[in-house]
Design a protein around this ligand. Structure first.
Ligand code: AMP
Length: 352
């Protein structure tokens, strides 16, 4: 067990790291952020900051020397340089990073565990794409295998003709069939190092332009019917990886069952509602799990909860948001409100 007073290292310096650091502080831990960007919003609320590239092994070794345990808030941290952590525990296991960093590895891994991703095929050339469309059909979505997030690195393919006019980006890709879902949802769990698993209520998620816009619980009855199967898969993923911490799986809800979309080996935007809406938040339970403390109750703290993301200029509405005393406003302290940038979120609880 890593007791309060010790230092938790966090790889990545964005809003997820910031909210982990705030939960860690509540439990009496120090946090040390490691991030390549100078203006880290996680470092602003942490005791220490190492600003260096993720491939800088000397900096990683110095950072590790200050930490009792290390976690990450960003799944594109390169895995090989993490050897420089030299025995300081890293949770979740880096195998989870390897899988989540590559959409092809992720889909194969989940399919092997009995999950159902959209039909998919690797694409490394125009000929592969033609073949993939012939086998899977169109419409579909072509995605970069690595480094895509919030809908970036994706191309909608409406028909085989679209593929003929597309210039491939020169990196490994995966083509997947378009799923006609009636809703999207995620499974959020936290696993302790003793194997104890706690689930939060499943949020129904609405995306706009590939970016999460709204999460609400409880999800509709149609989604609730799919949750047991989705939780079984998430449990298998967590147990197979010997996972410790918060794990998120995203799904498309269809009448044929839950279709797996992707795994995030970390706290997740669709779990931000848990800060006020659950008895223990995803951030607090993540800290508890990686430090070997008992986990807190994940039950709902209200009859219903809604979380709206504040994207770009939405954040400028903060005076109006605060004029309603029922709103819980979270601003991440980012300097510039660029379009598509997650600037904060607002949570509302329905108590009666
Ligand atoms: P991703 O970055 O893969 O999570 O994709 C972002 C969003 O694009 C998803 O949340 C969906 O709304 C949509 N999307 C991605 N893949 C598919 C698919 N195969 N079929 C339908 N919609 C998709």
């Amino acid at each position: 067990m890593i007791p309060p007073g010790e230092t938790i290292g966090i790889l990545g310096g964005g809003q997820l790291g910031r909210m982990i650091a705030m939960a860690a502080a509540q439990l009496g831990y120090r946090t040390h952020i490691f991030a390549p960007e100078q203006d880290s919003i996680a470092a602003e609320v942490s005791a220490a900051f190492t600003c260096a590239g993720f491939d800088d092994r000397d900096a990683i070794a110095r950072f590790a020397a200050d930490c009792a345990v290390i976690t990450y808030e960003f799944e594109n941290v390169p895995v090989t340089p993490l050897a420089a952590l030299k025995g300081v525990p890293l949770h979740p296991h880096p195998k989870a990073l390897e899988i989540a960093q590559d959409r092809l590895a992720e889909k194969n891994f989940v399919r092997d565990l009995g999950g159902s991703p959209a039909p998919f095929a690797p694409v490394d050339s125009s000929a592969d794409l033609t073949e993939a469309i012939a086998r899977i059909g169109a419409p579909g979505i072509l995605k970069t295998r690595r480094d895509g997030y919030d809908g970036k690195g994706q191309w909608r393919i409406g028909s085989p003709d679209d593929a003929a006019t597309l210039t491939l980006p020169g990196q490994p890709l995966v083509y997947e069939g378009f799923i006609n879902f009636f809703a999207e949802f995620s499974v959020l769990l936290c696993r302790g190092d003793d194997g104890d698993i706690r689930f939060w209520d499943t949020p129904e998620n609405v995306h706009q332009g590939g970016i999460l816009s709204l999460s609400s619980v409880p999800a509709s009855d149609r989604i609730a019917a799919l949750v047991p199967e989705a939780r079984t898969l998430a449990t298998k993923v967590a147990e197979t990886l010997g996972y410790v911490g918060v794990l998120t799986l995203e799904f498309f809800a269809t009448d044929d069952g839950p279709v797996f979309n992707e795994v995030a080996p970390r706290v997740h935007n669709s779990g931000h509602w848990t800060i006020e809406g659950a008895l223990t938040s995803q951030f607090e339970n993540h800290v508890r799990a990686i430090c070997g403390l008992p986990m807190g109750d994940t039950a709902l703290a209200a009859r219903a909860v809604k979380m709206d993301n504040l994207i770009g200029d939405d954040a400028h509405d903060w005076p109006k948001i605060l004029s309603d005393p029922a709103n819980h406003l979270h601003l991440y302290g980012k300097a510039a409100a660029r379009p598509g940038r997650k600037m904060g979120h607002v949570t509302r609880l329905t108590l009666d």
